[in-house]
Design a protein around this ligand. Structure first.
Ligand code: HEM
Length: 489
């Protein structure tokens, strides 16, 4: 790869020396979040590696990441055209495709409006503050019952397996106006294969960067294509049914509202960007895909952390018992009255950093950062894991300690400290499901902790080593749950 000439006054990016053809793939290893964080110590907050033949700029440090994604947001707003991305949502993904800026912006706006209408707006049931609260509460209680049944039948449960169906049902409700049974084979086989999806799309997958690897037998890539096919077919079938029963005067869900938008053809009156019907309706693929895997990974980790820290689990239960009681459901509006739970969630996001890198970015033009020259079309990794484990910012970053987000007397959450945790990205590509994500993690957890107590299987050790991917999962495991007594004693 020929390096572009460096403009005067700017520096060439530092970084490890690449080998021919494979570049720095060996240094990347099986845990790129760790190896690339370690390289920060040597090369600083902006450095370049080469994956295969392709230069990749890696950004670390909260200040540098904010400078790039917020202050110079326009320069870093695009996505690279990686090989694996063309299979996601038939190459028409809002999150992964390298759509031109105008098209992406119009679709993003549509997606945000659709999400808002079907989540945080007031619903018809006055017992709940919004549709989202109603859906989560119902699925949460159903999940508790389900876990009890599974415990009665087999004496243990696999947390991800059950949580993912409950979480998928919430986003299914918003997107498609329906829910699925916990035994629905079609949904189960889809949502339980998300591990493989994340392993291929995670930052630094060699097949994305070393072209000849695409032609070698590659099982995970085959599985990846298969998941994408099945995922697209699953959604296409539902979308077809929506087209058939669509009624302009009764917009039932996000799919209907996107169809309605195509019918109106009034997309973004201020711009002359044309977006095809297919690119509008397929926004629902992105919302459904992004909406279940991230949140179920977070919740599943949360249960594992509760089991690993029984004393914290007890304090969390006490907090809910004293504030909400054990008879009625917790509400979204009670978040600030449950400071320990809020702190636990911040620490869960920080410590697990289960989205270690954002989706890869790409520069839209020649630019510079901290004095280093970065050419147009350079692939950029944002190392969220490093920001969340930076010893310059966090005391004992490897220790799981929710108290780091609490005031000394434990009665208040330090919101400013919480904002230092980077898990939803920042700037123009920032996650559009953040409010929903935070709400779901909070409310599902509050319900679970209120009603259940989680334990390890006797004699078994918990392995908390994450498996690397776009979302890092804990190893599949079996845990026990026991029902808390409902009446005060
Ligand atoms: C993008 C995290 C939940 C929809 C992202 C990105 C991250 C992220 C790190 C990439 C940011 C970047 O590239 O700089 C999370 C986490 C979640 C979550 C941690 C839950 C705990 C959701 C939900 C939805 C959603 C519930 C939708 C219902 C999206 C979309 C994008 C995105 C559409 C692409 C935005 C774009 O490229 O413009 N999310 N997310 N996410 N997220 Fe989320």
């Amino acid at each position: 790869q020929l390096r572009t000439k460096i403009p005067e006054g700017l520096l060439q990016l530092p970084g490890p020396r690449p080998l021919p053809i494979i570049g720095n793939v060996l240094e990347l290893g099986g845990s790129p979040h760790l190896s690339l964080s370690a390289m920060t110590k040597r090369y600083g907050h902006v450095y370049q590696i080469q994956i295969g033949m392709r230069p990749v700029v890696v950004l670390s440090g909260a200040g540098t990441v904010r400078q790039a994604l917020i202050k110079q947001g326009e320069d870093f707003a695009s996505r690279p055209d990686l090989y694996s991305f063309q299979f996601i949502n038939n190459g028409k993904s809002l999150a992964f495709s390298s759509d031109q800026a105008g098209v992406w912006r119009a679709r993003r706006k549509l997606a945000m409006n659709a999400l808002r209408s079907f989540s945080t707006l007031e619903g018809e049931n006055p017992a709940y503050s919004c549709v989202l609260e109603e859906q989560i509460s119902k699925e949460g209680i159903y999940l508790v019952e389900r876990l009890q049944t599974v415990m009665d039948d087999s004496g243990s449960f696999d947390p991800f397996r059950h949580i993912v169906v409950s979480v998928a049902n919430v986003i299914c409700g918003m997107c498609f106006g329906r829910r699925y049974s916990h035994d629905n084979e079609e949904l189960l086989s889809l949502v339980n294969m998300s591990d493989e999806f994340g392993q291929v799309v995670g930052s630094g997958n060699p097949a994305d960067f070393i072209p000849f690897l695409r032609f070698l037998p590659n099982n995970s890539m085959k599985t990846f294509m298969d998941i994408n096919d099945r995922f697209n077919n699953f959604i296409q079938k539902i979308v077809r049914e929506h087209y058939e029963s669509y009624d302009k005067n009764n917009i039932r869900d996000i799919t209907d509202s996107l169809i309605d938008h195509c019918e109106d053809r009034k997309l973004d009156e201020n711009s002359n960007v044309q977006v095809s019907d297919e690119k509008i309706v397929s926004i629902v693929n992105d919302l459904f895909g992004a909406g279940f895997d991230t949140i179920s990974t977070a919740l599943s980790w949360a249960v594992v952390y509760l089991v690993a820290h029984p004393e914290i689990q007890e304090r969390l239960h006490q907090e809910i018992k004293e504030t909400v009681g054990i008879e009625r459901n917790p509400h979204l509006s009670e978040r600030s009255r449950l400071p320990l739970l809020e702190a636990f969630i911040f620490e869960l996001f920080r410590h697990s950093s289960f989205l270690p890198f954002t989706i890869p970015h790409c520069t839209t033009k020649d630019t510079s950062l901290n004095g280093y020259f970065i050419p147009k079309n350079t692939c950029v990794f944002i190392n969220q894991y490093q920001v969340n484990h930076d010893p310059e910012v966090w005391k004992d970053p490897e220790i799981f300690m929710p108290e780091r987000f609490l005031s000394a007397d434990g009665t208040e959450v330090n919101k400013l400290e919480g904002e230092k945790v980077l898990i939803f990205g920042v700037g123009k590509r920032r996650c559009i499901g953040e409010a929903i994500g935070r709400a779901e993690v909070f409310l599902f957890l509050a319900i679970l902790i209120q009603r259940l107590q989680f334990h390890k299987m006797p004699g078994q050790e918990l392995d908390m080593t994450p498996q690397y991917g776009l979302t890092m999962k804990h190893k599949r495991c079996h845990l026990r749950a026991t029902l808390r007594p409902r009446e005060e004693n």
